[in-house]
Design a protein around this ligand. Structure first.
Ligand SMILES: [Zn+2]
Length: 306
């Protein structure tokens, strides 16, 4: 197995520093697919870079078949700012693919990622997480159910209307694509980093990029509807529900927004239906109106997958 690391220079910033993208290329000694794994398209989802680092250092990777391309930090400026969007142009990178070589800086970065990474893949896995405070746990089922299932997470999600302009909108034109939403938060990196690595290695076995026996997926639930409950008031968010995967019924209080000035309860965030918690907050924190509050998966429209 051979390794190569290179930086793709994007541009000089006003500071004089060069903005570049990191790309690890691993070439196995036997034939196999070209697999690309990306992370930190959203800058506050750094756990994905750690999962990729662990994969890169895992002894099993020495037995790689085919080619593995790792992009651990797709949006370095957003990672630097610890923000979802790029601070420099306030753009959400995962809504503007395939990018624009003559556009905003985030669009220019996306264009390079589309050309140098996404378009040459047979399999693409994009790692996301819950951001600074929330934790999340589900895997999108897009065009490759067997790969989505391989992560072994309890909940899969087939969105009726996928977001436009995502990394996988480009890669899935040619590749089998999976988006993983796992972990997040400042206080809850484990066990999610370990679960992410285990899922990735199993997906690589299913894809034929690693030898060894595939771990069969557990019984899983395929969700067709996930609702995001966003606060309309800002303040301190006091979680009432903290476990991902926990059951709730319609109207259950998920969390309360309290004024740090008057201590008044400004808003109670409630479950819109009987469901399962997909995104929660393991700790209290400040929240703004419109932030990610909670995500609830609807059980009435879900399917059991065996
Ligand atoms: Zn994300």
């Amino acid at each position: 197995m051979q390794r190569k690391y290179r930086s793709i220079d994007i541009a000089h910033l006003a500071s004089g520093l060069v903005l570049s993208l990191p790309l690890h290329e691993l070439q196995g000694s036997t034939e196999g697919p070209t697999v690309g794994i990306s992370a930190v398209v959203h800058g506050d989802e750094g756990i994905g870079a750690e999962v990729i680092r662990r994969l890169s250092e895992d002894p099993e990777i020495e037995e790689l078949r085919g080619r593995l391309v790792l992009l651990p930090v797709a949006n370095p400026l957003a990672f630097q700012g610890n923000t979802r969007n790029t601070p420099l142009d306030m753009t959400n990178m995962n809504r503007i693919f395939p990018g624009d070589p003559d556009g905003w800086l985030t669009e220019q970065m996306a264009d390079v990622i589309a050309r140098e990474f996404l378009r040459g893949l047979d399999v693409h896995i994009d790692l996301h997480a819950g951001g600074l405070y929330p934790i999340v746990d589900y895997v999108y089922q897009l065009n490759a159910p067997e790969l989505s299932r391989a992560f072994g997470r309890p909940f899969l999600y087939a969105p009726p209307h996928p977001y436009e302009g995502t990394t996988t909108e480009v890669s899935a034109q040619r590749a089998k694509a999976v988006v993983v939403e796992l972990g997040g938060g400042l206080t809850a990196q484990e066990p999610y980093a370990a679960l992410g690595l285990r899922g990735l290695k199993n997906a690589l076995r299913v894809a034929g990029a690693l030898p060894g026996p595939v771990e069969p997926p557990p019984a899983q639930t395929l969700l067709h509807r996930i609702e995001t409950v966003r606060p309309h008031e800002g303040g301190l968010l006091l979680p009432a529900v903290d476990a991902v995967g926990g059951r709730v019924v319609a109207g259950d209080v998920l969390g309360r927004v309290v004024s740090p000035f008057s201590f008044e309860v400004l808003e109670e965030l409630r479950s819109p239906f009987d469901g399962v918690m997909i995104l929660t907050h393991p700790t209290l924190h400040r929240v703004e109106p419109g932030d990610y509050g909670y995500m609830v998966g609807e059980l009435a429209t879900a399917e059991a997958v065996k």
